[in-house]
Design a protein around this ligand. Structure first.
Ligand SMILES: [Zn+2]
Length: 130
């Protein structure tokens, strides 16, 4: 029995639940806004207003997309806590550093795998740099 690890997980579980509530609130606000604008009860005649509204809506859509992606990671992390696979990298199976989990409790990968995935996303070999 590792009591330190156990209390860490309880702390992380609380963090994940808190994050889930925050993300759901962001998504619910976005849904409410979409519903409101769909009813068309606000008459917008000023083109500047339309442009400003469009930008704000685009920013909110982006935030909602980020929130939805993060929420699915948070839920996946809670599931891993339940089935006992939490804290291990989904790519290499090595334990993820506790410091990393405290900063990002929903992280599915260890630091090495995460940075490997990010650098392989670039699709530019290090040799192409001058
Ligand atoms: Zn890994």
């Amino acid at each position: 029995m590792n009591a330190t690890r156990h209390s860490l997980y309880q702390q992380l579980f609380a963090l994940l639940q808190q994050r889930e509530v925050e993300l759901r609130a962001i998504l619910e606000t976005d849904d409410a806004r979409a519903l409101h604008s769909a009813t068309g009860d606000t008459e917008v005649t000023d083109f500047k207003e339309i442009a400003a509204h469009g930008v704000a809506a685009a920013v909110e859509d982006m935030q909602a997309a980020h929130a939805a992606a993060e929420l699915s990671q948070v839920i996946a992390a809670q599931r891993r806590l339940d089935d006992g696979t939490y804290g291990f990298c989904a790519a290499c199976g090595e334990p993820i550093a506790e410091q990393r989990l405290l900063v990002m409790p929903q992280a599915p990968y260890c630091m090495a795998c995460q940075s490997y995935r990010e650098s392989s996303d670039e699709r530019h070999g290090p040799a192409s740099r001058t």
